[in-house]
Structure formats: C-alpha cells, structure tokens
Design a protein around this ligand. Sequence first.
Ligand SMILES: Nc1ncnc2c1ncn2[C@@H]1O[C@H](COP(=O)(O)OP(=O)(O)OP(=O)(O)O)[C@@H](O)[C@H]1O
Ligand SMILES: [Mg+2]
Length: 496
Amino acid sequence: MRTENEKEFLIQAIDAFKRKIVVISSDFRILAANQHLIEMQGRDITGQICYQALYGLLFPCEHCPAQTVIETGQPTLLKNGCGTPHPEKLVCLYSYPIINQSSEEKEIDAVVMLDFDLPVLEGLEEKLYRTNAFLRNLILSSVDGVIAADMSGMIFIFNDAAAEISGYSIDETINYLNIRNFYPGDGAREIMKKLRSDDYGGKGKLKSCHVDVRCKGGEIIPISLNAAVVYEGDLEVATIGFFHDLRESLQMKSRLERTQMQLLQAEKMASLGKLAAGVAHQLNNPLGGITLFSKLILEEHDLEESIREDLNRILRDAQRCRDTVKELLEFARQTRYNIQPHDINRAVSRTLFLLENQPLFQNITIIKDLAPSLPAIPIDAHQINHALMNIILNAAQAMDGKGRLTVKTGAVPEKNRVCIEISDTGPGIPEDVLSRIFEPFFTTKEEGKGTGLGLSLVYSIVENHGGAVSVKNKTGEGAVFIIELPTEVKEAGSGK
Ligand SMILES: Nc1ncnc2c1ncn2[C@@H]1O[C@H](COP(=O)(O)OP(=O)(O)OP(=O)(O)O)[C@@H](O)[C@H]1O
Ligand SMILES: [Mg+2]
C-alpha cells in the first residue's frame, strides 16, 4: 500500500505531466482528469460524459478506445484519437484498463486514457513516402542502366534501361538474379575488389570502368560502369551501379580508326605515287633509247651469235624494266581508265582462263563460285583483270603451286556493291606483315623475285573504282582477299 505521501507525489506527477490524462468509467463518465486537461478545457469536467465534454459529440466515437478496453480487457492504441481526425497531426490515444485488484474476477473499474500528438511524424512519413517515390521514379526513368544488389549479391533494384541493355526482364532479376551471374567469369568479384580499393575513384567508388555483362541470351557485351558501395556507418550494406552500353561507341571508334588508317594509307599511296610517276617518266626515255639502239645494232650489223645473244638479253631486260615502269605509272594512275558496264563474273572467268594454263597453276584446284544475276558494274575491265591477276598470282605463289584457289562473287546490296573473294590454302599472311602488304615496294620475296608493287597496284585500281580491298587470314587456312566494287559510277572512279 502506498503511503499518503506517495499518493500525493503521484498526483503531483500526473498533474505535472503535460499530456492529457483522463480516467473514464464504463459508462463514459469522467472520473478524474489531470491538471493539463483541465487547463486545456478551461473548466472542471469531472462527472461529465467524455465524448460530450471532450469532443462535443452526442454519441461515443466510432472506435471508442474505452469501449475496446472494456470489451477486451486489453490496453489499446488508437491512432488519430477520438472525435474528428486532425488534418495535420496524428493524435494517438493510449488506453489502459484499471483493474479492480480486490475483486476476484479482475473486473475493470475504469479506463485511463493518455494522448500523444504526433504532428511532425505524420508529415515526416508523408515526406519520406514522397521522397522515396521520387527516388524510385528517378532510378526507374534513368537512361543509364541502374542495378543494386545486397551483400549476398542478390539484385534488388533493376531499372528499365538495365532490362533493355541486358535482355532480362525486371521480374526475372529482382530477388532472383545474383550479380555474379550478371557479370561473366570473376567480373563481380573484380568489381568488388576495385570498389574496396582506393585506386578507382576513392574507397567505395568505381568510376567509368569498362566491364562485360552477360545478357540473358548469353551474349557478352561491354559496358561502362560507375559503381558505389552503400554503407550504413562502416558496414557495407549494398552496391549500386549505373551503366551504359558501349557497343555502339566502340563500333564507332573502330570505324573511325579504320577510316583514319585508310586515309593514312591513301595519303602514303598518293605521295609514293607521285614519286613513282616522276621516276617512271625519267626512266621511260633512256629505256626507249636502250631498246631502240639495241634493235638497230641487231638489225644493221652482222654480229657474232654470242653478241646477238647478249644484245637480246639487254632487250629482254629493258622490256622487263619497261613493264615495271608501266606498272608504276598505272599505280600512280597515270593511265587512262575506260569505264564501261561489265559483267564481273565474265571478268573473273577471263582472268582465270588466262592463268589456269600457266605451269604455276597445274597442281592448283580452282573453284569458281560465281553468284548468278549480278548487275553489270562500271569498271575498266582491263584494270580489274590486272588487279585480279596480281592477287591470284600471289595466292598461287604463296601455295607454292599446290593447293586450292577459290574465287567467289556476290552482291552486297546494303552497300550497293558487288564483291569478289579470293581465298587460297597457302600459309596465310603473318600478323606483322598484314598491315603492310598494300604498301608499294613491300615484298617478302627474295631480292629480284618481286617488286612489291603487285598489291599496291591492286589497292590503287580498286580505289580508283570507288571500291575497297581488304585482306584477312582464314583460321587454319590461307589468306582471303576481298574486293568490293560499287554498282554505280562514282565520280572519283570515272578515271581520266
Ligand atoms: N595470298 C597470299 N598469301 C600469303 N602472303 C601473301 C599473299 N598475297 C600477298 N602476300 C604477301 O604480300 C607481299 C606483297 O605482295 P605484292 O603482290 O605487293 O608483292 P610481291 O608479290 O612480293 O611482288 P610482285 O607482285 O612484284 O611479284 C608478298 O611478298 C607476300 O609476302
Ligand atoms: Mg605479287
């Protein structure tokens, strides 16, 4: 039992408490109210009906907590209080039963109610809800792919852009896909290692890192990733990554690099061409003189057989020199182009017809795979034959006169071009040589056996037709040369 003194203190404490405390009987009559409530009401309300005195109502409130406590015998919390709900604050009413300790049935004598306003909380909840919704929208509508995973690797954020890039649907990923399956190999572990290091944009951060992603269909694609670890205090709780697809920009980069290479090659060819043309012109006259005077001596003098042989040799060598000069002039485009519509299959067949009876081709199987109904294309047939001959001769030489030579023609409709593919079963072209073979005077043949002008001539003939020539190695087989020629006349290719 409490002493009178204790009781007095308890009453003082309840009165000192700046919340409304009221004790209500089972018939809603106010049995007692603390000082704060009395002050708030401005009058003594003891003995009055609670819903009338406190809320100005004619009937008990719909969810009367006193009623609930009486019915259940349990404490109850009513959010938004009795009476009319407050628009700006959450009034919570805590209600507890006061049990009659002397009765055996533990009857409820009365109900004590204590209020708490939670004005700020509701605003906060609302604000928090709105902020969350805003952040969610921000993430979902980001044009970059967004992916977040917990520390077990389970993905819990995956936006539309991420779905579009990877081919996974959002439903297939969230709570189903582990980040370790999203990055191929050890990708996820590598990213985590970088995130935990200081070297990639600070601890917990990873900036513009190029990594691979495994798409739903298994395709591996390159992405640029910005990622961060989400911390709670010092604890790593999640990782989040923002990424975009690099396929297009990498393709564009390689296209640019290729164009740059082609420009460089064209520039090199142009200046070498000028040089070659100058030298060729200068050689032409003395060569003409050598040929003319050798012939004159042969015709006008009765010479010993051995001298005649020597002179004939001079004539043959001079002719070889003139052939080389002619090639040089052709390479420098000092020759006139006669562009006419031609059937490319006929041009190919003619070149092969000229070559196949040569001794070098006796042990080479020639396979012709010519596409039917190709359009007639504007070419100088003589020049194109010359180019084809150079490539086919090279192939035969590379195969050392034994093997298989395949000549294929076809259409490349998306580029308005036709193509001629010449492949052999020779040793292929070593990687370090590949980038140089179209250079004038580049040869791997012994001195005196090749001028190294053959492929540079091919390059310049094809260029002058507005086409393109490329080369690659076929794995396990020989080299493949591909010539593409436009189906329509291009100004630059119309020749002089
Ligand atoms: N089909 C091929 N297989 C392997 N290597 C090749 C092939 N075609 C060309 N090459 C390489 O490219 C080099 C350059 O060829 P290019 O036709 O320009 O000159 P060349 O054949 O050496 O001399 P020329 O044509 O004056 O006889 C060759 O020396 C050879 O190394
Ligand atoms: Mg050659």
